[in-house]
Design a protein around this ligand. Structure first.
Ligand SMILES: Cc1cc2nc3c(=O)[nH]c(=O)nc-3n(C[C@H](O)[C@H](O)[C@H](O)COP(=O)(O)OP(=O)(O)OC[C@H]3O[C@@H](n4cnc5c(N)ncnc54)[C@H](O)[C@@H]3O)c2cc1C
Length: 265
């Protein structure tokens, strides 16, 4: 049924060699996006390189004022981690509300951000918390990572190794979930980190984006009421069977205010 070679390397270096040696290899993490894609024949890779046997891609640790999460760490592991709950509770809460238990037990942070689904939750955390994505080749700043719908700055044979989050002083994430999948129809991460305020929106447009006027208002007064006079233009927002662009624009402001409240503002 599927004509590919399956590989399970134990080091990143071996995974890179396998990618470089195959005509059209794909990385496999939790498989919750890739396997349905294969089933629908939307991808027909020559080789599947399973990352789950690679120890250096796993785990959660603190490094000074940063929280580092390995690429194959599952959403369930992030949600349950006492380290994440203490350092960035908004991130643990975000992971806890992804999909259902099966999705959370298989899906990984690396797979989620490499896929860059417009409705995925983690992109809002990467941008809102100003994280750094570490690959086998380089470090990529949050604002440079997501380049378009299902598109990222990752090159060929480039593997996400970990994501490093600076610990914020305040952070909150709230989404309006699709009632079937729990993907974000709109999700907003609001954070203050090192004196900088960020507001990142997922679900509303082809890719995650920031709201500079919301950020400016919250920098002066970190309170939900600071957003009262602002609105979000609907012109570039998604419109589909779940929500019109106008409704999404309305939801962005409502979710942003709730995220500020969740962050203690
Ligand atoms: C029913 C359902 C409900 C869901 N609900 C939500 C939701 O509410 N919120 C949400 O955010 N997500 C949701 N998801 C998505 C899910 O959480 C996973 O994050 C997502 O499927 C991708 O992660 P994965 O580990 O399964 O990646 P895979 O499917 O294994 O891989 C996805 C892509 O990323 C690439 N990749 C994987 N790991 C790496 C790496 N380390 N470096 C470079 N490239 C890599 C793969 O080659 C592939 O192209 C849902 C999925 C399903 C099936």
């Amino acid at each position: 049924m599927y004509a590919f070679e399956y590989h399970r390397p134990t080091t990143v270096a071996d995974a890179v060699s396998l990618l470089q040696g195959a005509s059209e290899a794909k990385l496999l993490a939790g498989g919750h996006t890739l396997i349905p894609t294969l089933k629908q024949r939307l991808a027909q890779p020559s080789d599947l390189v399973d990352l789950r046997g690679i120890g250096e891609l796993k785990g959660i640790r603190e490094e000074g004022d940063r929280l580092v999460i390995g690429a194959t760490t599952t959403h369930a592991e992030v949600a349950a981690s006492e380290v994440v709950k203490r350092a960035i509770p908004a991130l643990a809460s975000l992971a806890e509300h992804i999909g259902d238990a099966q999705v959370r037990n298989c899906g990984t942070i690396g797979g989620s951000i490499a896929n860059n689904d417009p409705a995925a939750d983690y992109p809002a955390a990467i941008i809102g918390l100003n994280a750094t994505v570490k690959t086998n080749q380089r470090e990529i700043a949050a604002d440079d990572f997501f380049t378009g719908m299902f598109e990222t700055a990752l090159g060929d044979a480039e593997i996400i190794v970990s994501v490093s989050f600076p610990k914020p002083t305040k952070a909150g994430y709230v989404k309006f979930p699709n009632p079937a999948s729990r993907y974000a129809i709109v999700g907003v991460m609001v954070a203050q980190t090192g004196g900088q305020t960020r507001v990142a929106v997922t679900g509303a447009a082809p890719s995650v984006f920031r709201l500079p006027d919301f950020e400016q208002a919250l920098a002066g007064n970190f309170a939900a009421s600071a957003l009262d006079g602002l609105s979000v233009p609907s012109a570039d927002l998604n419109s589909d069977i779940h929500a019109s662009a106008e409704y999404r624009a309305h939801l962005v402001k409502v979710m942003a205010k709730r995220a500020v409240a969740a962050a203690g503002g």
